[in-house]
Ligand binder design. Structure first.
Ligand code: IMP
Ligand code: MG
Length: 182
């Protein structure tokens, strides 16, 4: 029997280097910028998307795009048992989104529950359009038909960490995207 996998004994291998991620985010910003309206609000999902949000908005700024930045904290339950797909709001965004375009950012699009919930919620708050941009997409794990408007990298069903993404709150500070060897 093998020992339980923990952040302390996990072996992490680089999947996407800091340079690869940086270059991809630059291209994503170039694709997104022409579609952004003047009063657009960027909404990042914490904690996972904090580094990605910081880097993407700075690339948008280099392209002359001015945005407001907001965050939400969501949590999902039932993942380890039979997935209920239930997502709850732990911290809502604070900007008034009435009549505004929103660019919704998350680190990983996995089952799709989080992003479909967040998009619906932002529309209920009055956003006229919600564009979604994810850094990583794991299409093999989708439980609904959610697709993002913009995707950084499509990856296999790996457990990834780094660049804001955690394994039990560890590895968020790493500058690359790694995967945990199972
Ligand atoms: P979804 O609702 O299943 O699409 O969940 C997406 C969320 O699950 C992401 O925002 C991450 O917080 C988390 N997640 C999914 N895959 C991974 C992973 O490989 N490593 C760390 N967190 C993950
Ligand atoms: Mg997350």
């Amino acid at each position: 029997m093998s020992a339980e996998l923990t952040p302390q004994n996990a072996e992490v291998e680089v999947l996407l280097s800091e340079e690869e991620v940086k270059a991809r985010i630059k291209t994503m910003a170039a694709q997104i910028a022409p579609r952004l309206e003047k009063n657009a609000v960027v909404v990042g999902l914490l904690k996972g998307a904090y580094v990605y949000t910081a880097d993407l908005v700075r690339e948008l700024a280099r392209l002359g795009k001015v945005v407001l930045i907001d965050f939400m904290v969501l949590s999902s339950y039932g993942k380890s048992t039979v997935s209920s797909g239930k997502v709850t709001i732990k911290l809502d965004c604070s900007e008034n989104l009435q009549g505004k375009q929103v660019l919704l950012l998350d680190d990983i699009l996995d089952s799709g529950n989080t992003l479909s919930f967040a998009k619906d919620h932002l529309e209920k708050l009055g956003a006229t359009e919600v564009l979604t941009a994810v850094l990583l997409d794991k299409p093999s794990r989708r439980s609904n038909n959610f697709t993002a408007d913009y995707t950084g990298f499509t990856i296999d069903n790996l457990f990834v960490v780094g660049y804001g993404i955690d394994f039990a709150e560890h590895f968020r500070e790493q500058p690359y995207v790694g995967y945990v060897k199972q």
